[in-house]
Design a protein around this ligand. Structure first.
Ligand SMILES: [Zn+2]
Length: 64
């Protein structure tokens, strides 16, 4: 069961990230590609392509 309020990934224990997926707020783990919506019905997976673009976005805005 997804836990939107969780702070760490249940599988790899990395801190969860929040992203904005076309206006939908998602919270989840880049490493595992598991994302929960605020409503939290199910975990969802993003396509590789979407995942890469979010990852790139984050790295463009954050210094190493
Ligand atoms: Zn994870």
């Amino acid at each position: 069961m997804p836990e939107y309020q969780a702070h760490r990934c249940q599988q790899c224990h990395q801190p969860l990230r929040e992203i904005d997926n076309f206006g939908q707020r998602l919270r989840g783990c880049f490493a595992c590609n598991l994302w929960a919506t605020a409503e939290g019905a199910t975990w969802i997976r993003l396509s590789e392509e979407d995942l890469r673009s979010f990852y790139k976005l984050r790295h463009d805005h954050e210094p190493e």
